[in-house]
Design a protein around this ligand. Sequence first.
Ligand code: CUK
Ligand code: CUA
Length: 620
Amino acid sequence: MSDIDNEHGVSRRNFLKSTGLAGAAGFGLASGVLPYKVWAAQDGDGLKVHVGPGELDEYYGFWSGGQSGEVRVLGVPSMRELTRIPVFNYCGATGHGLTNESKRVLGDNAPLNGDTHHPHMSFTDGKHDGRYVFINDKANTRVARIRCDIMKTDKIVEVPNVQAMHGMRLQKVPETKYVFANAEFRIPHPNDGRFSDDDSKYYTMFNAIDAEKMEMAFQVIVDGNLDNTDADYKGKYAASTCYNSEEGYTLQETMKNERDWVVVFNIPRIEQAIKDGNYETLGDAKVPVVDGRKGSKLTRYIPVPKSPHGLNTSPDGKYFVANGKLSPTVTLIDIDKLDDLFADKLKDPRDTVAAEPELGLGPLHTAFDGRGNAYTTLFIDSQVAKWNIEDAVRAYNGEDVDYIRQKLDVHYQPGHNHTTMGESREADGKWLMVLSKFSKDRFLPCGPLHAENDQLVDISGEEMKLVHDGPAFAEPHDCEMIHRSKLKTRKIWDRKDDYFAETVAMAKKDGIDLEKDNKVIRDGNKVKAYMTSVAPNFGLTEIRVKKGDEVTIVITNMDKIEDVSHGFTLVNHGIAMEISPQQTSSVTFTADKPGVFWYYCQWFCHALHMEMRGRFIVEA
Ligand code: CUK
Ligand code: CUA
């Protein structure tokens, strides 16, 4: 059903809200609510949203692929999907999850599903540096790194002794030395079946991963649980929301307290504790584990209203913003007061609170425009509230100011929202992306599973203007929009690339020149077929093996022309992989059926692409 009830565009929802609903919910309608209106994209009326044929987008958007386990790259503002980066999932097009190169990244027997939430680009001095995008997997407790030059996943860390990696952010200053990742769910320690019913053994941990080595750096035991996190612009503090200070197991138990908290981590103190040897290790893991529960020098717990969710650092570095979720407020924590809090100079941890503006129902995440305004999603109200940060501080200090600038209806139930460059020092305040969880009636219906709705909002002027609805499959919780000037991607592979270096080393051991040789070699029942590809030819048009052989196909694409990607698909074997210009790809499988099986190139590469094929002959 449409949200618009009549030709004047008056929304039933706003009508309801201004009468019964808002009053019943216990607080009135904030001022500054504008009537519902969808703005047409018009040149001369805000930013240009249409990106014409042959034109390039201004921003790369890195979208989480949610339960699909991947990351998607969109152009902004066109919202055109540019590529997909398989991460924790199997990808039939590229062979991620099947090729030897991707299996080295994923690890042995890695699950090929993931639940990605938070893609974040690495920083140098608080600015995005175009090197990596990191992403969490809540489903299987992993963190991955994507190399932005090739847009491939190059490392994955499985985090030990915790479950459900959720909130994930990066150290911003002086650079991304650590990836900070919150394990959401408390589990017993050790989790070996003996203590499943022993509450005293349950806890969860805050995790830091060395971003360069992609190895665990340390873990911090906390009280409560951990939801979202963010870091400051000093390189000193990270903060996480906890919605389960009750340490409950059921929904009812979890919602009891009127206040939960934000836990702040003092990174230099944690590093010092580890240097001093004040840590333990758990089980087989060698990761230093420090105790950051209440009373520890390493952490501070700041009470905030009820079941907070998102945690966002303002780009001026002044505030951590905790989003209330079950409270209509967000809480601004003054980062400059944290030194005093850790030095025990404040009476009450709440003395760090700079403001607690009331915004509406269900605040989940806050974004910033770099001009002093914040944009908070209101899940229950299906709105984005634009509010002024310093006015909210003034109001908290007793001045009579209205900090709400505008409320915009979105469709529907927004989770994250994001501004262009807004999670860095270079917030440019041009676009806001609102990741709505429900699309309901906004798109042609496609069965019971609905698309989410990523809505593009022009925030360059005084007023937010909704300009585009973008359907998205399987819940992108989060995205990040990075100016294109930050990225330098490769057009063809470097033959010395690390991604396939192990395959190159294997070939060298076998006396093979990958760039020239087309040869089948055998060692017992292990067969390796090495070949090149140059459009429209495979170096081998026949590979002969015996039933039961373990076969490795290694192909090097010797084309040097941009965009001439080849593929290798072996019919009736479930084998397919990408081989882009100057790339080496390999795949290993057992030849378990006698007969003739054609292999072919599945990337249209040449007028004679259909002819690019060969026979895989398995002798009985
Ligand atoms: S979470 Cu999904 S709406 Cu995983 Cu960042 Cu808030
Ligand atoms: Cu090579 Cu198609």
